[in-house]
Write a protein that binds this ligand. Structure first.
Ligand code: G1P
Ligand code: ZN
Length: 542
């Protein structure tokens, strides 16, 4: 029976670049999730009788949320709901299912790389029929709807058994609980040379993949161990847990320091890798060599043709603005366009849909291609393995070759987390106000050649997006970028991205802090970071 229940609108629940993310406690408030889900469905046209994909990263509240989403979806006319068994679907796997089964869209329950558990974060996002994040127009409409909603519709039915595979009629529709890994594993097999990778793994090459007790465990076990023959101990923390086992499932050098230590140790594994809470990010560390996500994007783009799925070459390369310019050099050499987009995966969607770009990535450890419309952690690791298998070189040797050929982009990101929003906003505003006077000014011997606030004109839909980050370009070739995070759940996070290009192989082996020392100091001085945030140092450097 479909019930129509009264609710009260809520204010200010604006979904960010990656959907709505809040503390679990916020989502547990009565009718909070119901309001948001009904608001999404109120803004869709033509969903009647259609298929919806539903799954999440297994974090605390995942199962409860799925029951609510499914019952509201059926009450709103969806005809068929595909659910990953146990409520599990990685973000890229959900994107694949939407595309493969011609679904109208998908609801993904995840707060990505944010911590989980009862005191952690929860999140929900809607993906459209191309498998990618909802376009801005839709998220804005949903936001407006959350402020006006008066009632929601929900099926009055017993809970679905999420652990039993199979189809079941429920109310007016059909529920199908499917294996979360099958279709994704098939997709990976269609892109990569599994025989070659199996050969590599059997030749003594050692892989360590840390699923961080999040969603990728079942995917990694099936693909690396069952299909590619890696040893069972290649997959660490391979069971999804509601609190991620207390880990912070953000595979950066702080949270995955154990992998860095392992890779740097004598006789360490040949490749250490990790993914985040919902499986869309990746961390790549070869024996003795960490690969920055920006370098990884460039190397993957330059070598993608070595994998069967990309043998025809790439149509174009896309990167977010704060990502280093390493990929630009590769695109130039390949003779294809390089697209520089605002931060957030959704901007890549149009380029991928239009066939303008094949490979894209962000400095925040997201890399992907036109195989889905999300970034994809395991995909990136498999592409690396495919390249390593074909080239027969170590990760470190491939990186060294890359720098020798294209030059090295020294790069770091410095995050000032959970600072007061007021100070952070004032800092950005002050920089914005100063933009006209900055060009020509010198700081500590470095001269600003150009200063702007990044704006993007979408070549596909013609839309314009402004105020995407303050860029300072120095005459000597360095760059500093300032922007505020759009995904944090408490206070504000100021991100400062610093980069310098070094073409001379003799000067490519400095450590990053040394190579960027003057720009790092300047980044604090020019923006008055201590003054506006009270912070003398960043909380995370990646
Ligand atoms: C962060 C990353 C960005 C990524 C997003 C979603 O956003 O910086 O590259 O697309 O998470 O994973 P931010 O917090 O910087 O807005
Ligand atoms: Zn993620």
């Amino acid at each position: 029976m479909i019930q129509t229940l009264a609710t009260t609108p809520f204010e200010g629940q604006r979904p960010g670049t990656s959907g709505l993310r809040k503390k679990v406690k916020v989502f547990q408030q009565p009718r909070y999730l119901e309001n948001f889900v009904q608001s999404i469905f109120d803004c869709l046209e033509g969903a009647h009788g259609q298929t919806l994909v539903v799954g999440g990263d297994g974090r605390f509240f995942n199962r409860e949320a799925i029951q609510i989403v499914v019952k509201i979806a059926l009450a709103n006319g969806f005809g068929r709901i595909l659910i990953g068994r146990g409520g599990i679907l990685s973000t890229p796997a959900a994107s694949n299912l939407i595309r493969k089964y011609g679904a109208f869209g998908g609801v993904i329950l995840s707060a990505s790389h944010n911590p989980g558990g009862p005191d952690g974060d929860f999140g929900i996002k809607y993906n459209a029929s191309n498998g990618g994040p909802a376009p801005e127009k839709l998220t804005e409409a949903v936001f407006a709807r959350t402020k006006a909603i008066k009632e929601y519709r929900i099926l009055d039915a017993p809970d679905i058994d999420l652990d039993r595979l199979g189809a079941l009629g429920l109310g007016p529709g059909l529920i199908e609980v499917i294996d979360p890994v099958d279709d994704y594993a098939l997709l990976m097999q269609s892109l990569f040379d599994f025989d070659k990778i199996r050969g590599l793994l059997q030749s003594g090459f050692r892989l360590r993949f840390d699923a961080m007790s999040a969603v990728t465990g079942p995917y990694a076990k099936r693909i690396f161990v069952d299909l590619l023959g890696a040893s069972a101990d290649s997959v660490l923390n391979g069971t999804p847990l509601p609190d991620f086992g207390g880990h912070h499932p953000d595979p950066n050098l702080v949270n995955a320091k154990h992998l860095l230590d392992l890779a740097m140790s004598k006789d360490g594994p040949d490749l250490c890798a990790a993914s985040d809470g919902d499986g869309d990010r990746n961390l790549i560390i070869g024996a003795g060599r960490y690969v920055t996500p920006s370098d990884s994007l460039a190397i993957l783009a330059g070598n993608a043709h070595l994998a069967p799925g990309y043998a025809r070459g790439v149509a174009g390369v896309a990167r977010s603005m704060p990502t280093s310019a390493a990929a630009d050099k590769v695109a130039e050499r390949l003779g294809v366009n390089l697209y520089e987009t605002p931060t957030g995966w959704k901007f890549f969607g149009n380029l991928l849909d239009a066939g303008l770009a094949t490979i894209c990535g962000e400095e925040s450890a997201g890399t992907g291609s036109d195989h889905v419309r999300e970034k994809d952690g395991l995909w990136a690791i498999l592409l690396w393995l495919n390249i390593l298998a074909v080239r027969g070189q170590s990760v470190a040797a491939i990186v060294a070759d890359h720098w020798a050929e294209y030059g090295r982009n020294y790069y770091c990101r410095r995050d000032y987390e959970e600072v007061e929003a007021e100070g952070a906003n004032a800092l950005v505003q002050a920089l914005r106000d100063a933009l006209p006077e900055l060009p020509g000014k010198s700081f500590g011997g470095l001269k600003i050649a150009k200063a702007d606030d990044f704006a993007y004109h979408d070549p596909v839909d013609g839309s314009d997006t402004t105020q995407q980050g303050i860029r300072l370009l120095f005459s000597e070739g360095g760059r500093i970028v300032y922007r505020l995070s759009g995904t944090g759940t408490s206070g504000a996070t100021l991100r400062v991205y610093i980069e310098r290009y070094e073409p001379d192989p003799a000067k490519q082996n400095l450590d990053t802090e040394t190579a960027l020392a003057d720009l790092i100091a300047l980044s604090q001085e020019i923006a008055g970071i201590a003054h506006y945030t009270g912070r003398l140092a960043p909380s995370v450097v990646t």
